[in-house]
Design a protein around this ligand. Structure first.
Ligand code: ADP
Ligand code: MG
Length: 341
């Protein structure tokens, strides 16, 4: 954990991603804000299709196919990412910020050895000699718990198990000791035991290196274990944000409550009790999107939910949510309610 007066290493205001489609504009990410300090873990949580991956790709400058994110601010340690050119982004990626993807085979190149791929970032960005890069690669493989690290350098991705490949991905992301790591559902494809190991490992390395971590998941059980801050994303919007403790203590948006009811939490869920599910699906985000987009699935929806939705912020600013109903914080006072469409 870091001191509160320290400025954020990443500050995002009003990030918006529109995707042109044949039937109209798909409003995939709709004006999201968040801040992150060194050493902090922000978990972005939400169902599939809520815009989590597009958000991380936008931060990394990796939105393909001519998609440009818009934002009032996307500041990484003084660098405005929305204005950064391709060369600046290339220099940042792998050096000061790196990403761990869900499926390692999409980012590991089958044609190159593990060693070459690990060393590449350091040779490219770090200006290091081959022998230094090689020593660092071995060190990192050991750090991520890979035995016989040296002999792995000459192996190809297909020769490794899924769990090992994911560890190699993490090692690769850490080679240049980045200040920011974005992990997009990095353990979803792995079995539960390996998942727990990899999570532990990532948390240990984050502490050791003091990195800021954005961890994307649809698993609130994982969030409960690792998050300092939580951003709950639904249909391209952050419906609730705040300190993890606050979110779990007083989940305030009906969607967050629904998600929390879906997971077993130590001490709060009785053994063998039936887990909840949120009925319905995320509606289309093509064309005009107005009111609260969760209203089609919300048990408390009323006509007011078709209009402007206020954002309520707790007195100390540590917790916010968007809903026509402001009783979410339980007994807490709300300070300001800015209205947004
Ligand atoms: P998540 O990671 O939360 O599952 P994504 O960020 O991948 O969600 O996607 C958000 C929405 O944008 C989804 O509805 C998805 O279908 C849509 N989308 C993502 N990429 C494209 C694309 N290149 N073209 C059209 N639609 C896309
Ligand atoms: Mg995704």
């Amino acid at each position: 954990m870091t001191q509160s007066h320290e400025p954020p290493v990443l500050s995002v205001k009003n990030l918006t991603i529109d995707i042109p489609t044949e039937t109209g504009t798909l409003h995939a990410v709709r004006g999201i804000d968040f801040d992150l300090k060194r050493g902090e873990t922000l978990c972005i949580v939400g169902e599939s299709g809520s815009g989590k991956s597009l958000t991380s790709l936008a931060l990394m400058g990796l939105l393909g196919r001519g998609l440009r994110p818009r934002a009032d601010k996307m500041d990484f340690d003084g660098i405005e990412l929305t204005k950064a050119n391709a060369k600046t982004m290339r220099n940042l990626r792998g050096k000061r910020m790196s990403m761990i993807f869900q499926e390692p085979m999409t980012s590991l190149n089958p044609a190159y050895t593990i060693g070459d791929q690990l060393m590449e970032a350091l040779l490219l960005h770090g200006g290091k000699s081959r022998s230094v890069a090689r020593a660092r690669a071995i060190e990192l493989l050991q750090k991520v718990g890979i035995t016989a690290a040296e002999s792995r350098l000459s192996q190809y991705p297909h020769q490794l198990s899924g769990g090992l490949r994911q560890r190699v991905m993490i090692a690769m992301a850490l080679m240049c000791e980045p200040e920011l790591i974005i992990a997009d559902e990095p353990t979803t494809a792995l079995d539960v035991t390996i998942q727990a190991q990899i999570l532990r490992l990532l948390m240990d390395l984050q502490k050791e290196m003091g990195m800021a971590l954005i961890f994307i998941t649809h698993d609130l059980g994982v969030v409960a274990r690792i998050a300092d801050k939580v951003a709950v994303m639904y249909a391209g919007q952050l419906v609730e944000t705040g300190d993890a403790k606050e979110i779990f203590k007083a989940p305030s948006h009906p969607y967050t409550r629904g998600l929390i009811n879906c997971i077993p939490l130590p001490g709060t869920t009785a053994r063998g009790s039936k887990l909840g599910t949120i009925p319905g699906i995320v509606p289309s985000l093509i064309g005009d999107v107005t009111g609260c987009i969760f209203r089609t699935r919300c048990a408390y929806a009323s006509d007011a939910c078709r209009g402007d939705i206020p954002r309520h912020v707790s007195g100390d600013g540590s917790h916010a949510f968007r809903c026509v109903d402001d009783t979410g914080f339980a007994q807490k006072e709300t300070q300001n309610a800015e209205v947004s469409a």
